[in-house]
Ligand binder design. Structure first.
Ligand code: ZN
Length: 300
């Protein structure tokens, strides 16, 4: 494995004229190379090479929000349309929040009941202010039915839910008249956790939010220390847990940039504070945060 990977690196360097060795962590083989050769995580992967990890992930996000694992879809155009219809037939669309079957032909992945009972944060309470970031916008309280839906999204492989959540993320940004940022990024999972989960839930949310501005999120941060799950800790423990857990990705250009930083849930704000601190120390101009939900485990 290592010999093969090293041969691949030499071939790639010759082909691309690059001197740095990097690998992504989107596939087990890439992740093994990353660890075995002690490389830096980066999208210019010596394993994937010409296959862009971003495009592979984009294909995995199917809008219905109710489709089971589709990571390896490689169809396009009419093939994809027929495939989506077949999937709807085999797996009838369900409300992403309460998981009940939706009536045939309903365009939205949410039922009437949930639509009117979602724990939406009042517009005047959406914005909370941080120390390292300017403010954080959040459309939902972390309460049922959003919380049940979110647990399926995060821990039960329902990555397609991101497409449904995107509607509220974009509305939140649009209603608050957030001007297009220079860069959009997310608070990343550790390589190990993303490997075991198969996707990074904050990254998928960032991709959905970025559609408002017709932008593509850029990886700017990496998690350099495996931390305990924040939700398992008391509010006073979370800041210590997040401390020095993130670093700037090699080559990330953030000097003077206005950055939209996306995460899934904000509770104490410890993760966003730490990510923002790293970006600010690297010269970022202004950081605005966006999360899907706000928990009640403490104050900012
Ligand atoms: Zn529902």
């Amino acid at each position: 494995m290592i010999d093969g990977a090293e041969r691949q690196i030499r071939k790639t360097k010759m082909k691309q004229g690059r001197t740095e060795k990097t690998a992504c962590d989107y596939k087990p083989a890439c992740l093994r190379t990353l660890y075995d050769l002690k490389l830096e995580p980066d999208l210019n992967c010596v394993c994937c090479r010409d296959i862009c990890p971003d495009s592979r992930i984009d294909q995995a996000v199917v809008p219905s929000g109710t489709v089971p694992d589709t990571k390896n879809l490689s169809m396009g155009g009419d093939d994809m349309k027929y495939s989506a219809a077949a999937v709807d037939l085999l797996f009838p669309p369900k409300c992403v929040f309460c998981n009940r079957l939706l009536p045939a032909g309903r365009g939205e992945p949410v039922c009437d009941c949930c639509e009117t009972n979602l724990p939406v944060i009042k517009p005047e309470q959406r914005m909370v202010f941080g120390e390292s970031y300017l403010y954080c916008l959040t459309p939902f309280h972390y309460e049922v039915p959003l919380s049940d839906s979110f647990l399926r999204y995060k821990f039960q492989g329902r990555e397609g839910y991101a497409a449904a959540y995107g509607r509220w993320l974009r509305s939140c940004l649009a209603e608050e008249k957030v001007v297009p940022p220079d860069l959009i990024t997310w608070a990343p999972l550790s390589s190990l956790r993303r490997w075991s989960r198969g996707y990074d839930q904050a990254r998928l949310l960032a991709m959905e939010a970025a559609k408002l501005y017709d932008m593509t999120p850029k990886p700017l941060l990496k998690k350099v220390r495996h931390t305990r799950r924040q939700s398992a800790l008391l509010p006073q423990q979370r800041k210590k847990n997040a401390k020095n857990a993130y670093a700037l990705l090699p080559g990330a250009q953030v000097q003077g940039k206005r950055i939209l930083l996306v995460d899934d849930v904000i509770t104490t704000g410890a993760t966003l504070e730490e990510c923002s601190r790293v970006l600010t120390q690297a010269g970022a101009g202004e950081i605005i945060c966006l999360t899907l939900a706000r928990g009640h485990g403490g104050s900012l």
